[in-house]
Design a protein around this ligand. Structure first.
Ligand SMILES: O=C(O)CCC(=O)C(=O)O
Ligand SMILES: [Fe+2]
Length: 356
């Protein structure tokens, strides 16, 4: 006899958060509309690059040169690194994770307020989902909240402490990202200030996203975030110490983890485009486990919303051609978000093939 697909326990509303669902004492398997069979095996790797931010801002030319070299290698080889000694206090990192957790602990009706919102709205919240190639909607094992925090600052009104912490956190992370981008400009041998002007970084786009991945009774039957790349230039991630982010490197999957008080940083689609393909946007995913809740706080950093992001002119000259089409940053982001079908990427559609 065929097994019956597990349903949501009868005491849980159909549109409840995954957090509420996972906390139900009667849940022993993944309900069918969450089911994505997946192989989330990944290896441990000791050679994921560690970038010491203090070297990049050092007055000592030898230290700075080493910092620049390490950063260039990390962006070229991995598109991913662990950033240490960044100067943002441990208490602020703890506060942003704690207050984001408080958001997910709000009553369901507070979180549902932004549920119907689309990518055009400044704040969205709900349970993640994807559309399969067969046009079927599948829920992900993840609740989320997102809010645009720059050039204009938006923030959910609850929990009350979120605004104060997020204002400070977004300012401090933007400053770190700006310095990383200056160093990247130097590594790409662009004139000082070129990257700031070309991407209009004074009005840069910054998105706060917090994800809550509750323990899952069958981790191989559900996904936190399926394989993807990020839009923007650089993404900064902090989390509550529970592992779950995996990156792809040379076709193999690796688990990531970070020492306390560090950021996981990945290069994203617009840096690949801007660098004319020198730096690759890293493919990654978030997997779930059956033991502990994971919470991550992500800051996606891009150019100004109205900046046209294409390959940097001096690099096109050096390479003899552009490898990507230019597109307004916001248009790219909106297209990408509405493109969230499993197995397709908008970055690929931006590549100029030899026979184009
Ligand atoms: O939860 C994480 O560590 C990663 C989240 C992520 O990849 C994203 O928000 O794009
Ligand atoms: Fe991501």
């Amino acid at each position: 006899m065929a097994a019956t697909a597990p349903m949501i326990p009868s005491n849980i509303a159909d549109n409840s958060s995954v957090k509420t669902l996972a906390e139900s004492s009667t849940l022993s398997s993944v309900p069918s509309h969450f089911a994505i069979a997946n192989d989330s095996r990944a290896s441990h790797c000791d050679s994921i690059p560690i970038i010491d931010f203090s070297l990049l801002v050092s007055d000592n030319p030898d230290h700075r040169a080493k910092g620049l070299r390490d950063l260039d290698n990390a962006c070229r080889e991995w598109g991913f690194f662990v950033l240490v000694n960044h100067g943002i206090s441990e208490s602020l990192l703890k506060d942003i994770v704690d207050v984001s957790l408080e958001y997910f602990e709000l009553p369901e009706e507070d979180k549902r307020r932004y549920e119907a919102n689309t990518v055009a709205d400044p704040i969205t919240s709900g349970t993640g989902s994807v559309i399969t190639m067969a046009n079927q909607k599948i829920n992900l094992w993840r609740d989320f909240v997102t809010s645009y925090v720059h050039p204009k600052f938006h923030c959910p009104p609850k929990p009350h402490r979120l605004r104060e912490v997020l204002v400070e956190y977004s300012e401090k992370t933007r400053s770190v990202v700006r310095k990383l981008l200056q160093a990247i400009g130097e590594n790409l041998e662009l004139e000082k200030g070129y990257i700031d002007e070309a991407l209009k970084l004074n009005s840069c786009y910054q998105l706060y996203a917090a994800h809550y991945y509750p323990p899952c009774p069958q981790p191989d039957q559900a996904m936190g975030i399926p394989t993807h790349t990020d839009h923007g230039l650089l993404t900064l991630v902090v989390h509550n110490g529970v592992a779950g982010l995996q990156i792809q490197h040379n076709g193999e999957w690796f688990n990531t983890n970070s020492p306390q008080n560090s950021f996981l940083v990945n290069t994203a689609d617009h840096l690949e485009i801007f660098s004319n393909g020198r730096y690759k946007s890293v493919t990654h995913r978030a997997v779930v486990n059956n033991e502990a809740s994971r919470i991550s706080v992500v800051m996606a950093n891009g150019s100004a919303p109205d900046a046209i992001v294409g390959p940097a002119e001096p690099l096109v000259e050096r390479d003899g051609r552009a490898y990507y089409r230019p597109l307004k940053f916001l248009e790219y982001v909106e297209n990408k978000r509405s493109y969230q079908h499993l197995g397709k990427t908008i970055l690929d559609s931006m590549k100029i093939q030899d026979d184009d």
